[in-house]
Design a protein around this ligand. Structure first.
Ligand SMILES: *[C@@H]1O[C@H](CO)[C@@H](O)[C@H](O)[C@H]1NC(C)=O
Ligand SMILES: *[C@@H]1O[C@H](CO)[C@@H](O)[C@H](O)[C@H]1NC(C)=O
Length: 212
């Protein structure tokens, strides 16, 4: 009996390392975004790829990134808190509302006074991982291209999980190029960030209300 069990386990294990052609239908399964989606909570960016060479430049300015996704009282809205450390050692962070319809979330990020529109789709992935496909939209609604991001709870990922990510990216026609996030995360400035605050040591100025 035990020998049969071992044989069965070995057979299962060998499936994982077989050189069968990648079954993209099995590998790439979009998540329906309802309140049971396993996408909520805090996530640390680990690796990303893109489908347009121009998008690489934007991503390469990001040194580390984390997000926190929360459901809101409105089932059609998810809250995204984001915090990016840029290569010039600036932290940018802020809050955005994502409108959810079916498998797609639509978000307008306000980054330093600039709007950046994104459509997101999430996919099944490893345990404790968040896999998102992100369409960066131009104001006319056309897309600049796509990113594919893998976040994990801790920021770390094992080699086999990274391999799976690369295969999933290939299935979705991303380029075989990768950008990795660092682990030096921005501190959570939520008390003072409204909506976006840079971590500089500037004296707070006495705020004059803007002229109306
Ligand atoms: C983040 O910045 C540090 C220090 O400047 C650098 O050593 C590291 O390579 C950067 N990491 C990424 C992912 O850009
Ligand atoms: C998100 O939506 C809530 C509720 O409608 C609103 O109070 C808040 O200002 C919105 N936040 C942003 C960043 O748009």
């Amino acid at each position: 009996m035990a020998a049969q069990l071992v044989a069965a386990l070995l057979a299962l294990a060998s499936l994982g390392v077989s050189s069968e052609p990648t079954d993209c239908k099995e590998l790439v399964k979009p998540l329906v975004l309802d309140s049971h989606s396993p996408i909520y909570g805090k996530w640390v960016y680990h690796v990303g790829t893109w489908d347009e060479p121009g998008l690489k430049t934007d991503l390469s300015t990001v040194n580390s990134s984390w997000v926190e996704l929360s459901s809101s009282s409105d089932s059609g809205v998810m809250t995204i808190y984001w915090a990016d450390r840029l290569n010039d050692d600036k932290c940018l962070q802020g809050l955005a509302n994502a409108t959810i319809s079916g498998m797609t979330s639509h978000t307008n990020f306000n980054i330093n006074g600039h709007s950046s529109y994104h459509d997101g789709k999430y996919y099944e992935t490893c345990a404790d991982c968040l896999l998102s496909e992100d369409y960066t939209l131009l104001p006319d609604g056309k897309t600049k291209g796509r990113y594919f991001f893998l976040f994990t709870r801790t920021g770390t990922l094992d080699a086999s999980e990274l391999e799976t990510f690369k295969q999933q990216a290939k299935c979705l026609n991303f380029l075989p190029e990768y950008h990795f996030g660092g682990t030096d995360l921005c501190a959570d400035d939520r008390e003072t960030a409204s909506p976006v605050v840079e971590n500089t040591e500037k004296e707070p100025t006495e705020a004059e209300p803007p002229a109306k």
